[in-house]
Every structure is written in C-alpha cells, then in structure tokens.
Design a protein around this ligand. Structure first.
Ligand code: 6PG
Length: 249
C-alpha cells in the first residue's frame, strides 16, 4: 500500500516534498556513499526543486551535493535549450543553484533522434552507475509527477510501454501530434527504492483517485503500475488534488 501525505497548499507541498527528498538523499549517502536520484519533469516539481536549493532552508545544507548523481525519468525530444526541456527546468530551479559535479548530471539527450536518445540513455544509466561504483542499477530516489490522464513519466494511457518488461528506456510519441518523448519504462520505475510523487491541483484529483483507489486498469490509468511497488511509493498531494480520494483527501 502506498504512503499518502496531503498538504494544504502547493507551497506546503513543495516544502514537504523537498524535506522528504532531503531525508532520503541523506540516508542513501550515509549508507551507500552516494545517492542516485531521477528527477521528473513538468511544472509541479518546480516548487520542490526551488525549496531544495533554497539557501535559507536548513535542509539545503544537509545534502552532501558532491555525492548526488542526477538522472531523469523522462524528457521531451527537444534540445536542452528548448522551453519544453525537463533538463532546462531542473537546471534553472535546482541544478544551477547547488554544487553537484557536472559529470554527475546525466541528461537525456533530447536533441537526438528519439530512438537514438533512448538507446544512448540506456548506456548512460550503465556508465553513470559505474561512475558512482554502484553496480546495482536501481535508483535510491525516483521522482514522478502525475498527468491529468494518470500518466507517469511519459507512459501515456494505451501505451505499449506499459507492458515492457526488459528495456529501461523507450522512445514514445508525445501528447502533441508530431512530438516525441524519451521515458523510463516500468522496469526502470519499479526498481527504485523510493518512488516519490508530487501532485498538485484540482485537475489531477480524478487521476489521483483512479491511480490510488480505482479498479485496476493500467492501460487506462498508467500510474496504477506503481501499485506493484507497494510501500516504496510515497504520494505527496495537495488538498485540491486529493479531494476525490475516499481515504481522506
Ligand atoms: C513531463 C513529466 C510528466 C509530468 C506530468 C505532470 O515530462 O511532463 O514527466 O509525467 O510529471 O505530465 O505535469 P505537470 O506537473 O506539468 O502537471
């Protein structure tokens, strides 16, 4: 059963998520000497990323940033300079404001042809974990948002990637015609030790309820894939996004 935390406001949501991410990073660094974290894209996590980097917050100084290795769980098939780039968003909100060695920031190369980018990232995962002397290719922390259609990463309703059991990275059509995404597949998502979702807004309420409580139909509600990870999944949801939940939104 996943763990649910409901926060009153989007600001409280960002701060609570930042605090939890900090704790998980500290624990991983203490036990393993490093933390392998996969960031999510979209707009919701910006508040948490900014809070993580805020020098006025105590937790900002708790993370040994030199031991942090950053990856992404998905990316738009665009160059890093593109306004739609998840890398660009994270660089502005977090990575430009904390001292993570550049060699430990593993960008999905959205500027490549999508299938080439997916293949390249499979290798980047191998190389990046070896760089950290981490030969168990599972993330310590994996962040996700949630689409209003209950997609996670870029695993959209009806996607054949939902049934993927071998590959860890795939190229898929994006939500807008003619666009593409590079995304983690269920094996990559479900291997993580801690999966942290950050969800805000009334427009996500039905997706949250379907993902957490609805009848099982992963093809229709891809976030239900996360049910396979049980208590390794932690939902941080604001009051608006939680309001359709029976379990106390
Ligand atoms: C992306 C994300 C995607 C996102 C959801 C929610 O690349 O857009 O990985 O899965 O988390 O679409 O997006 P918002 O936070 O913008 O609502």
């Amino acid at each position: 059963m996943a763990i649910l935390t409901v926060l009153d406001t989007p600001r409280d949501l960002g701060r609570a998520a930042a605090e939890r991410i900090t704790t998980l990073c500290e624990e991983s660094i203490a036990h393993k000497g490093s933390v392998m974290i996969a960031l999510t894209g979209g707009t919701t996590p910006v508040g948490a990323y900014r809070a993580l980097a805020d020098p006025g917050e105590a937790w900002r100084h708790h993370i040994a940033w030199g031991q942090v290795h950053v990856f992404w769980s998905d990316e738009r098939a665009v160059p890093p300079s593109d306004p739609d780039s998840n890398f660009k968003m994270a660089a502005a909100a977090l990575l430009s404001r904390v001292p993570i060695p550049s060699g430990q920031i593993h960008r999905m190369r959205g500027e490549l042809p999508p299938e080439d980018a997916a293949r390249a990232y499979e290798q980047e995962l191998i190389d990046g974990f070896e760089l950290a002397a981490r030969y168990d290719p599972t993330f310590d922390v994996l962040l996700l948002g949630l689409g209003a259609d209950a997609h996670v990463a870029s695993i959209f309703p009806g996607s054949p990637v939902i049934a993927e059991t071998e590959r860890r990275v795939a190229a898929v059509p994006g939500p807008k015609p003619g666009t593409f995404r590079i995304t983690f597949t269920p094996p990559a998502l479900l291997g993580a030790q801690h999966i942290v979702l950050i969800v805000s807004g009334a427009e996500k309420a039905s997706a949250v309820a379907a993902a957490m409580e609805g009848p099982l139909d992963e093809a229709r509600w891809p976030a239900q894939i996360l049910r396979r990870a049980g208590e390794r999944v932690e939902w941080f949801v604001d009051r608006e996004a939680a309001r359709a939940l029976a379990q106390g939104g």
